[in-house]
Design a binder for this molecule. Structure first.
Ligand SMILES: Nc1ncnc2c1ncn2[C@@H]1O[C@H](COP(=O)(O)OP(=O)(O)OP(=O)(O)O)[C@@H](O)[C@H]1O
Ligand SMILES: [Mg+2]
Length: 366
């Protein structure tokens, strides 16, 4: 499989990272260092190159620029490689511009690869917050389906407009709603259909992935909780007519795909209510690695997998399971930890690259 992998990275003026040249292997790269030394910042730099945004929520470039640096902009240079080709790729960012260069030529949209980021806190948020779940699904589906991203953007715009009509009120409200609801019904139909298909594809992989990582047989399934499932645009439009009076009274759109939820079940029971924290994390990791498999089927190549200290809540046997799973895979992994015991497990991986960071400086890479 011909996946683009990041081979070198040098960040200038990016958070606390110094100008060192980090070099990565094609397989597992372990990034060590104590708390607050720059491990997550290094993952963020890779993510920024490949996904054109940060994985940190509501982060602007001004927060990324080194607070002690003299230059007002961030430059990240990198080298990507696959089995046939090599490419240089860099970005230049400041409050006004975002420029990307592929082999020294200005590039508007393409990136050499895509990354999937696995965050230690996401498991908890995923199981406890429906907003988080929805955002997770929307962003991950958008990553593999550009049309979904586009339609979702249009839907969000339309629903904002609908809500502003409702908030203003007035004599023409009903007529205005009818006009916008035709669009909303079409978008709702397309988005629900795509979410359904996505879940079907994901579900195909989740249970086997859980078994492949943790060697345990459990039935895992994600389902979409929506009134719109299997409805056509006409039925959705009629539903909004039926809702009209109560929406006008509430001055907001009370039901819509912007409030739909996803339920994660573990052997037929709600994973959040039934599972221990460790099992929730195992289920969440299986969901992400199932998504990575789906990504591979769709694009016949793997994304780069960035794993930010996932050791919490998992026992040492589960760490070993996870490491063994990563070793069997052909994707490139950058995995961080500040946990000494997990570090010992990671250090046992033969042929893995070990990178040590202290105060944003590369101390060692072997
Ligand atoms: N714009 C910035 N300029 C300079 N330093 C920054 C900037 N943004 C964040 N930092 C600092 O970067 C340091 C390293 O952050 P990072 O999140 O990478 O640590 P870490 O090694 O992942 O730690 P942990 O093990 O606790 O997760 C932090 O101390 C943080 O204050
Ligand atoms: Mg960190």
């Amino acid at each position: 499989m011909n996946c683009w992998k990041v081979k070198k990275l040098q960040a200038q003026n990016f958070r606390n990272l110094k100008n060192d040249v980090f070099e990565f292997s094609n397989g597992i790269n372990c990034i060590f260092g104590e708390n607050g030394n720059g491990k997550t910042n290094l993952l963020e730099a890779v993510y920024l190159l490949t996904n054109k945004k940060s994985f940190r929520k509501n982060t602007s470039y001004s927060q990324m620029i080194n607070i002690e640096g003299e230059s007002p902009e961030v430059i990240i240079q990198s080298v990507f490689q696959n089995t046939e080709d090599i490419a240089s790729y860099s970005i230049r960012l400041n409050d006004e511009i975002e420029e990307r260069y592929l082999n020294n030529t200005f590039e508007k949209s393409k990136t050499p690869s895509t990354s999937v980021f696995i965050n230690p806190f996401d498991s908890y948020s995923f199981h406890t917050s429906s907003t988080f779940r929805r955002q997770w699904f929307d962003s991950h589906l958008s990553l593999i389906d550009k049309e979904y991203k586009q339609i979702l953007g249009r839907f969000q715009k339309a629903i904002r407009f609908r809500n502003s009509i409702l908030a203003m009120g007035g004599q023409n409200t009903s007529m205005q709603l009818r006009a916008i609801d035709e669009q909303i019904a079409d978008y709702t139909y397309l988005i629900t259909t795509k979410r359904d298909e996505f879940l079907k594809d994901l579900n195909f992989h989740i249970t086997p992935t859980f078994k492949a990582i943790f060697s345990e047989d459990h039935r895992l399934e994600m389902t979409l909780e929506s009134v719109f499932t299997k409805w056509d645009s006409k039925k959705i439009y009629d539903f909004y007519r039926h809702q009209e009076m109560s929406d006008i009274k509430a001055q907001v759109t009370r039901v819509g795909i912007h409030r739909d939820d996803f339920i994660f079940s573990f052997n037929g029971l709600n994973a959040f209510e039934f599972c221990s924290l460790g099992q929730q994390k195992m289920a969440f990791l299986s969901l992400i690695f199932a998504y990575i498999e789906l990504f591979r089927y769709k694009f016949t190549s793997y994304p780069i997998v960035l794993i930010d200290d996932v050791s919490g809540e998992l026992d040492s046997q589960r760490w070993k399971n996870l490491i063994q799973y990563l070793e069997t895979k052909q994707f490139q992994v950058l995995i961080t930890t500040a946990n000494e015991n997990f570090r010992i497990e990671l250090e046992k991986i033969p042929n893995s690259k070990k990178i040590l960071i202290e105060h944003g400086t590369l101390i060692n890479q072997g």
